[in-house]
Ligand binder design. Structure first.
Ligand SMILES: [Zn+2]
Length: 441
C-alpha cells in the first residue's frame, strides 16, 4: 500500500503532461492528425507521415532528424517528452518550438515547419491544412560540362526528384504542360515531361545505363548525366555495333527471302558476343527486328570509341565483295558535334573528348586497316570508299560503315546466307576491333 501511492502520483503527473487535443490535418492530399502537446495551443505532427505526405526527404539519425525539400534542409533535435508540464511548456512555446520524441515517434512543430518549407498553413476550429503550392517550371537548359551533360531546371520553388525507373525521375509537386525538348548532348538525346499522380515525370532519353547525379540548388534542380571526367578517362573503351535497318524500314536490301536487316543483325550479335568474351564493352544499336531512328544511332555513335555500322549492298551496279566506308565531310559542312568539341577546345575544356577528336582520322585509318586485314584472312579483299554519312559524321571515335557484300552477286549471296559464313563475317569484325583496340597506346 505504501509503495502504490508514489506510482499513482507519477501516473497522474504524466497524464497531465501528455494531455493533448487533436485535430484532423490535411497535408498535401493525405489526412493526418495534428496534436497539441500539453494543450498550449501549438500544433505538432508526426514527422515521418508528414514528410511522406508532402514528398520530403526524411533522414533520422540518433537524436537528429532532417527533412529535405530540394536545397532546403530542416534540422531538428528531438527532446524526449518531459515529465513535468512546466518543462513541456518551455519546449513547446520556445521560438522555434522544439521537436519532441514520444517513444519511436518524432513530433515536429507544424507552423514553424510549414514556414521553413514555404508551405501554406491554414487552420480553423475544426481542422488544419498544410500544402506546398504547385511548382512551376520556369526554364530548362542544357550544356556540356566536364564531359557530362548538365540539364538545369529552373523552378519557382524547391522540390525533390525521386527515381522513377531507368533514366526517369518524379519531380514531386511539379505541374507542367507535357513537353518535349530535343537535346544534342554527349548522352542525352531528348528530354520529356509526362504528367503523373505525384507531379511530373522527367524522362531523360539517352541516360539509361549511365550514371546520373541529381544536385539541388535554391529553386533549381540539376541532372548530371554520364561518368565523371576522371572516370571517363579510365573507363574501358565502348564498342558500338550498328546493324543497319530493321523493323518496317523499307530501305534495307531484299533478295528473295534474304533480308539485309536479318543478316547484319546475326553478324552483329555474334561479333558482339565474341568481343564481350574478350572483355570489351559492347552495345548493339538494336538487338531485334526494330528500327532505331538515325538520330538514336547517331547518339550511340557519338559515345563510341569504335563504331561500326553493318550493311549489305543490293545494287547490281555495285561490285561484289566487302566495302569499308569512312566519313567524307567537306569543310563547309562541319558537323555540329565536331563544332561543339572545337568550342570546348578553344575554352581549354574537356580533354578526353578532345583527344578523341584529335586522333579521330588516324583511328579511322587504323580501324580500316584492321578490318581489311581480317577480311584478307578469310580470302576477301575489301575496297575502301568515302561517304558523307550522318552516322559517321557524329562519331568522334573510329567509325566505319561496312558493307559485307552484295546480295546481287551469286558468290556473295551464297556466303551471306550461309550460317558458317555469317559466323566468319562476325569473326572478321570481332578480330578487327580487338586488334584495333589492342594496338592502341
Ligand atoms: Zn543498308
Amino acid at each position: 500500500m505504501v509503495l502504490k501511492r508514489p506510482i499513482l502520483a507519477l501516473a497522474l503527473l504524466l497524464a497531465v503532461a501528455f494531455a493533448q487535443s487533436e485535430k484532423p490535418l490535411l497535408a498535401g492530399g493525405t489526412l493526418l492528425t495534428a496534436v497539441y502537446p500539453g494543450d498550449f495551443g501549438v500544433s505538432y505532427v508526426e514527422a515521418q507521415p508528414f514528410a511522406r505526405a508532402l514528398g520530403l526527404l526524411y533522414w533520422q539519425d540518433q537524436g537528429q532528424l532532417i527533412l529535405g525539400l530540394g536545397a532546403r534542409r530542416l534540422r531538428y533535435v528531438a527532446t524526449p517528452l518531459p515529465a513535468s508540464k512546466t518543462a513541456l511548456k518551455k519546449l513547446v512555446t520556445s521560438e522555434p518550438p522544439s521537436a519532441l520524441r514520444d517513444g519511436d515517434r518524432v513530433l515536429i512543430p507544424l507552423r514553424a515547419t510549414s514556414r521553413a518549407l514555404g508551405a501554406l498553413y491554414s487552420g480553423s476550429e475544426a481542422s488544419l491544412r498544410v500544402l506546398l503550392p504547385e511548382a512551376v517550371l520556369r526554364g530548362l537548359s542544357h550544356r556540356v560540362e566536364g564531359g557530362r551533360d548538365v540539364l538545369v531546371l529552373k523552378l519557382d520553388r524547391d522540390l525533390n526528384a525521386a527515381p522513377a525507373g531507368a533514366g526517369s525521375w518524379w519531380l514531386l509537386g511539379l505541374r507542367t504542360e507535357e513537353q518535349v525538348r530535343e537535346v544534342l548532348g554527349l548522352y542525352l538525346s531528348r528530354v520529356r515531361f509526362e504528367p503523373g499522380p505525384y507531379g511530373a515525370r522527367l524522362v531523360l532519353e539517352g541516360a539509361e545505363g549511365w550514371p546520373v547525379e541529381v544536385a539541388y540548388f535554391p529553386s533549381e534542380v540539376r541532372f548530371y548525366v554520364g561518368p565523371r571526367a576522371q572516370a571517363a578517362t579510365e573507363r574501358r573503351p565502348l564498342v558500338v555495333l550498328d546493324p543497319g535497318h530493321g523493323g518496317d524500314d523499307d530501305d534495307g536490301v531484299r533478295y528473295g527471302n534474304l533480308a539485309e536487316k536479318a543478316i547484319v543483325l546475326k553478324v552483329a550479335r555474334e561479333a558482339a558476343e565474341r568481343l564481350r568474351r574478350r572483355g570489351y564493352r559492347v552495345v548493339l544499336t538494336r538487338d531485334g527486328d526494330e528500327n532505331p531512328s538515325v538520330y538514336s544511332r547517331a547518339q550511340w555513335a557519338a559515345k563510341a570509341d569504335v563504331f561500326i555500322s553493318l550493311h549489305v549492298a543490293g545494287s547490281p551496279a555495285v561490285p561484289p565483295g566487302p566495302v569499308l566506308y569512312r566519313y567524307a565531310g567537306s569543310r563547309a559542312d562541319v558537323p555540329v558535334f565536331v563544332a561543339r568539341a572545337r568550342t570546348l577546345l578553344d575554352r581549354g575544356g574537356f580533354q578526353p573528348v578532345l583527344r578523341r577528336y584529335a586522333r579521330s582520322s588516324r583511328d579511322v585509318a587504323a580501324l580500316s586497316d584492321a578490318v581489311e586485314e581480317a577480311f584478307g584472312r578469310i580470302g576477301l579483299s575489301a575496297r575502301r570508299a568515302e561517304t558523307p554519312l550522318y552516322l559517321l559524321e557524329h562519331a568522334p571515335g573510329a567509325a566505319l560503315l561496312v558493307e559485307l557484300g552484295s546480295l546481287t552477286d551469286a558468290n556473295d549471296r551464297a556466303r551471306l546466307s550461309n550460317a558458317a559464313q555469317q559466323s566468319a563475317y562476325a569473326q572478321v569484325i570481332a578480330r578487327a576491333v580487338a586488334r584495333f583496340l589492342g594496338g592502341q597506346p
